[in-house]
Design a protein around this ligand. Sequence first.
Ligand SMILES: *Cc1c(COP(=O)(O)O)cnc(C)c1O
Length: 381
Amino acid sequence: MSKDFNIKTQLVHGFRGYDEKTGAVSFPIYQSATFRHPGLFESTGYDYSRTQNPTREELEDTIASLEKGFGALAFSSGMAAISNLLAMFKPGDHLIVSDDLYGGTYRLLEQVYKKYDITASYIDFTDLNNLKTSIRENTRAIFIESPSNPMMKVTDIRGAVAIAKERGLMIIVDNTFLSPYFQKPLELGADLVVHSGTKFLGGHDDTLAGFLVAKDKGLIEELRFLQNSIGAVLAPLDSWLILRGIKTLAIRMERQQENALKVANWLRAHKLVESVFYVGLSDHPGYKISKSQSTGFGSMISFSIKNPKKVKKILSSLKVITFAESLGGVKTLMTYPFHQTHADISEEIRNRLGVNEKLLRISVGIEDVDDIIEDLEQALL
Ligand SMILES: *Cc1c(COP(=O)(O)O)cnc(C)c1O
């Protein structure tokens, strides 16, 4: 669909949005591994589904147009997308990465790619001087999560881009927490966007998916070659499920954000709560930067409780909220980053970041907000 329409309209319609041959208004699931050639040296445009499949292509084109990229690639999970991206680097290359990073990305860097001598420095991007002083001779790329996970730190993306460009470094943004509905890093100058499509894009906690979106043709072609070579592609049915999820992204994100602000304010007033980390609170340190680069704050909240001994009781007494990993879906989920998503990060780093035994994280869903708050109230008793 034409890029001139409002994103709310684009989300509902997708890229082609329907099947041109039959008029089917739901883009078909092409559940076929291979495609018949009309004759020697002839192709319908599709040969083998690892290389390309029409349903995956519709999803990739939809994501590219939402993120304002030249092209997008769909993978079987967010980690598959990030691994595919890291396969672009060579032994000796160095990356600068958010210190407060999705645990799986940290594990992939430290326990997999380090073996191939691709190394990373973990820094706090809220002070861009840290970025300047961490750049080495062999630094190739900067990888930012903003807002970060789980401390909700906001990076000035335009500022980081300016430093990266001066030094000829690639700049990559993991946009999972805000989605293109609230933030478009490529428009802020980034070269590449990463997504766990499992989260907000899919939105229903039923499908794993991952994306890479590039601003220019050369980069997407290099990554497409790796996607086809490595083969961690998204299956046709899963591509369709994400396409269906995307149709309601706007209303889900609006409602989740509205609920999150109420939950954050409620938590802040609670006597057992020590601090609340939600970007949408006007005294959050990243509030102003967020306003200048994003159109929303999202629905991820972390909070610390005064007495960590209460964690076990809280998690086991939840009724509306589900104690589960993951985020971004219609259901409100709560996790304990210290023992779950961030368990692979060294205890020293976790403590420095504040990912400690007191910290809980909530992904606020679309349920009735009073029910969510009442559930917290009884769990925190
Ligand atoms: C979940 C997540 C990932 C990994 O994605 P999967 O789909 O779980 O493989 C990467 N980055 C962020 C910020 C995430 O939340």
